[in-house]
Design a protein around this ligand. Sequence first.
Ligand SMILES: Cc1ncc(COP(=O)(O)O)c(C=O)c1O
Length: 443
Amino acid sequence: MYPDPDSRSAKLTQRAMAVLPDGGSRSTIRLSPHAIYVQKGFGSRVTDVDGNELIDFNNNYTSLIHGHSHPDIVAALHEQVARGTAFAFATEAEIELAEMLTARVDGFDMIRFCNSGSEAVMNAIKAARAFTGRPKIAKCEGAYHGSYDFAEVSLGAGPESWGPEEQPNSVPYSHGTPQGVLSDVVVIPFNDPERAEAILDAHADELAGVLFDPVSTQVGLLPPTAAFLDMLTRFRERSGALLIFDEVIAFRQAYGGSHAILGIRPDISSLGKIIGGGLPVGAIAGRREVMQVFEVDGAKARLPHGGTFNANPMTMVAGRAAMANWTEDAVEDLNRMGEHCRESLREAIRVANVPGQVTGSGSLFRFHTHGRSMTTYRDTHPQGQEGQRNEHLFRHLVSSGIYSTPYGLGCVSTATGTEDVERLAEATTGALRTMREAGLFDS
Ligand SMILES: Cc1ncc(COP(=O)(O)O)c(C=O)c1O
């Protein structure tokens, strides 16, 4: 059962609190009242330090496209670790992963590696500034793009601060965010093309780029409308601002990335998560003329980009093994499993006879414990007892041996089986029934 004050996980959390602020190094996996400490993971399952087995629908926040400990990735890492883990030299593995990724995406002429999705977003923004010579970026209200302070603006914004719909505020996420950062980030309402266009037009000459995630997890995993996408591409054409796709998660949606699904070629994309085979990774990829900001021209590049662990061979060989197994057939099979998963969750809602809905596409899902219609970020913002419902659902699932995220986001990997999905649906039905009985759907 979670939480369990007598568990080894609870004791480790107490120990961690003395030396790690808030008990850890990653706010996105913080759980209250105690963390779950993991011992090992294989395929679709992990075992915690108390010996509980959990079916993993989190997959390290969507980064493990093949689940845990895929044999080819393990073999590649074993081979590399014996030869050295990091060098101040180039390795062929970097070229090989770059060739694999540029070959599969129409529009990735060149690529450059770093160590996290946050760094990738930061470098994509800096590349847009370096290319255009303009200072500002625009982003959608509420969207998550990692921890670069410009990309964090308006993340999780709520009614107390988000301002009018026709002109959303640039809301700081962290205390101490400089005013200069807020002034250089223009916030637009997702899926509201008229209002967004008016805001973009007002800043057109100063905008280096528009940062956009086609599958924004913090915007409810709602699909962008055709009108919104059309507005973004038209704005790019007339303003000269770049279109920056944040594909840190979205890349898993198709063999050819978001470009293949949306039929839009961004100028530059940020990548991360699945392309590193489970190791820390990020990348910036896109159109040659934009990527050339990284090339030394005279004394230095327009955008110098160092990094002690950039393209380290451990990440490169793990990424290469992961991508070699990420074939067109594998993507299709996985996305079919994703659809099966979403349908099974919808069936759970019907059986439990409660309000609810499931958004998502490809291998991603997000479970919502309410039935109101959603188009924009503001529609997704939790209302009434929704926060309590989400917490109850998460705890019930963990106690039933299922791990996703406290806000209903989940994904399948190539290791996910139909039995795993059945267990998820059964546990969800059970959770929803107990929530209904406890009156949690009353408001
Ligand atoms: C869309 C998006 N962009 C950027 C990031 C940041 O990636 P990382 O956690 O590797 O820094 C994330 C992480 O979840 C993400 O979902």
